[in-house]
Design a protein around this ligand. Structure first.
Ligand code: PMP
Length: 750
């Protein structure tokens, strides 16, 4: 190599050092004549190398030492043909660009602004520049070819990381793809990463590596520059601002381009981590590949916590554009109440006006990221990509009803029933928890040929006529019409606030004993008994130990059936068990499912035994237009898969235990927290005024609303509305818990 350099470039006293790179072979050359970079390429890449060299020459307007200008060989050519180890190669010698890599420099606002301005100048200058070689390129590293790296996502081993990438790819389809053809195109450097940009005297002074230069959307340039400028930053958006300001001053952006920037940055990050995941397997010893892996992941994990609305607003401001005005909550409420009855309540004193959501985060209209510590319907996370994809795929293929044969129905039924014990063998698909509990009661009444139902104090099971009749929470509350005929109430076996408090089995026996006396009074007339394993609307009250075993026995002995409403507690939420009833070592005859089943898509179901299903099958058809349709089945199936793949039941146990322990820790310091209870990520915090357990409704309301003002969602419930409920998506993390605990502690202390 040295001989070649002296022969073709007249260099003397040469020393060579290999430089790390993704694919090419690069050498640093120190010679008597100065410092150079030598790049060696396969001969087939000659046209490409010449195109790249022409591109560098096009940037002659920059100071001489800003780019690695090519050096002609002794015959006046920009490339040199040479035989190396018997193979024909192309050599290209360039000046070495001096400076400190921006990756190693302090990122003052001045440096970042100069970065934007440097890149903006280049992009401005290149507008209209034609270079057939570059225009003909079709690089995997061009963001418009993001689907190439997308296909490598399966190489990412962590499921929680992979789902982030999948989410942002879907956001790309949603936001970027439809706009792609309308974006301004030009030739851009396309790789202003932090090891390609050089700084001197607090100013960006140079850029190297034109290997990824492409003719593509100009806004990709800024997206890539920002991606790397934000690496390792506590507040990435704050670092993006000066870069955009600098860029905008040299090359004015369009609003439509800024609208996409959040998703383009995410796309670039995803492209990077997918490529790295693959390359790590192909080139395990190449350290260069790993350079941006850790900061890339760090930024991607942070990116999901940054609202796209916030990012867009900040980018707009940096570029000097006016923000859209967001209507006030009052305006929205007025508009809503024109058509929507106020019987549909709105949570919080300051209602939440939302734009989008992802996993445990919701993004409001004004740019806040809200930590969702409340909603259990998006069980595996808001907008989970696997669920979204399943829905989109099936919706585009077939949606019909159970009067026809199609595979998703059997497949889902089989998978769902595999989660139950062997006595539960039949499923009826409906569209809500209410439809399911209504049907469950009909099944019980048909099977037993009786009407009476035993229901739990503070229980809620649905909004149908029958649903309200069996829901103490509804029929005793405002507007309720009281106890209906054929309803028997069971006192809630609450060991905190109730009559019996010893939860080692004694209270359970006492509560059960009281109910059994009532059952005996209607002996032979009771069709069934329905309860949740932990009574949600009662304020997350677990049933006293041994209670259910004894009550189930008594109900069955007199010919009735036992129904477990798992709408809130099912699908692994409780951590220790997949179904709530399993906590009490019993198996119901009928199970009611809903909420988490479709992660927000309306699916409910009733599960029962062959015997009960046979009794119901009396000639009258049971038909639900939407229950069990292929789209719902595909979604339900995807939800079960995600729970398994992401080990969400285990996460619920780990994070839930941590949450409960942290709450118990602050309970020691705060007398107003009377009780902390629940299981997994199904938690209740009861507020009291004094040792007599006087409920502190006002404090619970204050805490709920103040948490909401601090962008954390929880709710209140229970007979005195004095219990804070938290039942977040099961992807909730310990860091999320820390945030809740710290704000909760602060609010109460104040
Ligand atoms: N059962 C329980 C325990 C519930 O919490 C609910 C809903 N809150 C229902 C049934 C009714 O479900 P849906 O709102 O889907 O009709």
């Amino acid at each position: 190599m040295k001989t070649l350099l002296s022969e073709h470039y007249n260099l003397e006293d040469i020393s060579l050092t290999k430089m790390e790179g993704y694919n090419s072979s690069n050498y640093r050359v120190d010679a008597k004549q100065g410092k150079f970079v030598l790049k060696v390429y396969p001969v087939q890449e000659k046209a490409d190398v010449l195109a790249e060299t022409a591109m560098i020459q096009q940037l002659a307007f920059l100071p001489e030492d800003a780019v690695s200008n090519p050096i002609k060989n002794v015959t006046g050519d920009l490339v040199t043909h040479a035989l190396i180890d018997g193979e024909e190669k192309i050599l290209r010698l360039m000046f070495f660009v001096e400076g400190q890599f921006i990756a190693e420099a302090t990122h003052t606002d001045k440096v970042l602004r100069s970065l934007g301005s440097f890149i903006g100048k280049i992009d401005h200058h290149l507008i209209g520049y034609k270079n057939i070689g570059i225009q003909a390129r079709n690089l995997d590293w061009d963001l418009k070819n993001i689907n190439v790296s997308r296909q490598l996502k399966h190489h990412i081993t962590s499921t929680s990381d992979r789902k982030l990438v999948e989410h942002f790819f879907i956001q790309w389809d949603q936001h970027v793809y439809p706009k792609m053809t309308q974006l301004r195109k030009s030739i851009i450097h396309n790789d202003a990463n932090d090891w390609n940009v050089l700084v001197k005297d607090d100013q960006v002074s140079g850029i190297i590596d034109f290997g990824d230069t492409a003719h593509t959307a100009i806004i990709f340039e800024l997206a890539i520059t920002l991606t790397y400028a934000m690496f390792g930053k506590d507040d990435p958006i704050a670092s993006a601002i000066p870069v955009i300001e600098g860029y905008q001053a040299e090359f004015p952006l369009f609003e439509e381009e800024l609208d996409l920037l959040y998703y383009l940055i995410a796309g670039r990050l995803c492209m990077g981590v997918c490529t790295t995941a693959n390359e790590k397997k192909l080139q395990p010893d190449n350290k260069y590949i790993l350079i941006s892996e850790a900061p890339g992941w760090e930024l991607l994990r942070k990116w999901i916590t940054i609202s796209p609305v916030f990012a867009r607003n900040q980018f707009y401001e940096a570029a000097g554009f006016e923000l859209d005005t967001v209507p006030s909550e009052e305006e929205i409420l007025t508009r809503r109440h024109k058509f929507i009855s106020s019987i549909f309540s709105v949570s919080y004193r300051k209602p939440l006006y939302v734009e989008a959501a992802a996993f445990q985060y919701m993004y409001d209209k004004t740019g806040n990221t809200i930590l969702d510590a409340y909603n259990n319907i998006p069980h595996v996370g808001h907008q989970h990509p696997k669920v979204v994809e399943a829905a989109q795929r099936q919706m585009a293929q077939l949606n019909t009803n159970t009067r026809y044969l199609y595979d998703p129905l059997q497949e889902y039924a089989e998978k769902l029933l595999s989660k139950f014990s062997s006595s539960l063998t039949k499923v009826y698909f409906v569209n809500s928890g209410s439809a399911a509990s209504d049907l469950a009661i009909r099944l019980a009444q048909k099977h037993t040929q009786r009407q009476k139902m035993v229901v739990m104090e503070h229980g809620y099971h649905g909004n149908t006529r029958l649903g309200v009749d069996i829901s103490h929470y509804k029929y005793t509350s405002k507007g309720g019409t009281g106890l209906s005929e054929n309803i028997i109430e069971a006192t809630i076996p609450d060991t905190y606030r109730g009559l019996y408090k010893n939860n080692n089995g004694e209270a359970g026996q006492q509560y059960a004993g009281d109910l059994i006396k009532k059952i005996k009074q209607s002996e032979g007339e009771i069709a069934g008994f329905i309860t949740e394993p932990i009574v949600g609307c009662g304020g997350q009250v677990p049933l006293a130990k041994d209670y259910l075993k004894l009550v189930y026995k008594s109900i069955r002995e007199q010919g009735g059936v036992c129904i477990s409403d798992e709408v809130q507690t099912g699908f692994g939420r409780l951590g220790s068990h997949f179904w709530g009833y399993e906590m009490y070592d019993i198996v119901p005859d009928i199970v009611v499912l809903g909420k988490p089943m479709g992660n927000g898509h309306p699916i409910g179901a009733v599960i029962t035994s062959d015997a009960i299903a046979d009794s119901f099958d009396n000639g009258m058809e049971f038909f639900s237009s939407f229950g069990g349709n292929p789209v719902s089945c595909a979604i339900g199936f995807a939800v079960l898969n995600v729970i398994e793949e992401e080990k969400l039941q285990q996460n619920s146990l780990d994070v839930g235990d941590y949450f409960i322990n942290e709450l118990k820790r602050i309970q020691q310091q705060l007398d107003c927290i009377g009780d902390v209870r629940g299981s997994g990520l199904f938690i209740g915090i009861e507020f009291i005024k004094d040792e007599n357990l006087d409920p502190d409704t006002a404090l619970a309301a204050l805490v709920k609303n103040e948490l909401r003002n601090r962008n954390i969602l929880v709710s209140t419930d229970g007979p005195y509305d004095s219990v804070i409920k938290s039942k977040p998506p099961l992807c909730f993390t310990k860091e999320n818990v820390d945030q809740v605990i710290s704000e909760l502690h602060d609010i109460i202390s104040k």
